[in-house]
Design a protein around this ligand. Sequence first.
Ligand code: BEZ
Ligand code: FE
Length: 290
Amino acid sequence: MKNLNEKTITQAVIDRNKNTDNPRLKTVMTSLVQHLHSFAREVELTEEEWEYGIKFLTDVGQICSDSRQEFILLSDTLGLSTLVIAQNHRKPEGCTEATVFGPFYVSDSPELELGENMSVGVKGTPWFVKGNVRSISGEAVANAKVEVWQSDEDGSYDVQKEHLDHLEGRAIFRTNAQGEYHFETIVPEAYPIPHDGPVGKMLQQLNRHPWRPAHLHFMITADGYERLVTHVFREGGEYLESDAVFGVRSSLISNWVKHENGLDPYGKQHDKPFYTLEFDFILNKTGAAS
Ligand code: BEZ
Ligand code: FE
């Protein structure tokens, strides 16, 4: 086909793609081409702007490495991650809500026993976290894999620290027969997402800040249940209303209780402040209707 013009080009591309044997690919690509072309028509995209866009996407790709995932930051700051998560996790009322995964998860965290400290040697205020993992009907979920990760009190994750030769501030726990989990760590603080790259520049040009409110990441996996990727946010913390990646849900905001001193849940005396958190997770059964 030749002599294509601004009116006929969209259908020509859709027709060229239609011979794929993969029906889902056909649906996705047809819609992608339609929406991309509609976008260019709607804003009357100039050649300079499209060159800028290609340079931007090139920069996003080029800054990516084993420890830097700029495309996740782009998806998160454009709200696309939140949209995709929300439409893929429509759950019955009462189930714990999912939120963004973020770029700082690693799959080979140390496996610790319940009660162990996942932030040994990390400077910060001690924090004792516990709760239950249950089904919506109240059944304890025993032996659930509870993966936890967090920033430190300066707002940095272990994987961001170039000098560090080990993992810290992350662990894998297993719930006991009663579906309980508990562990020790330190209180994480609010932090800016990495903003020294193209996504940071984009935020700056849009007059947006890069900060996330203080939170603790959880990923919970158990046979017979949907995987839950979520956070627990700190009640009263800064940036709850303006999270750079749109990840806050009211149901995930919780009271991080401050104790000036005294006995921690494991019976150890503290002369300085420590915090406690109790948070239960309600999993959705696989195949359960929303
Ligand atoms: C995080 O919470 O680790 C995170 C999420 C999205 C972008 C950057 C960081
Ligand atoms: Fe985080």
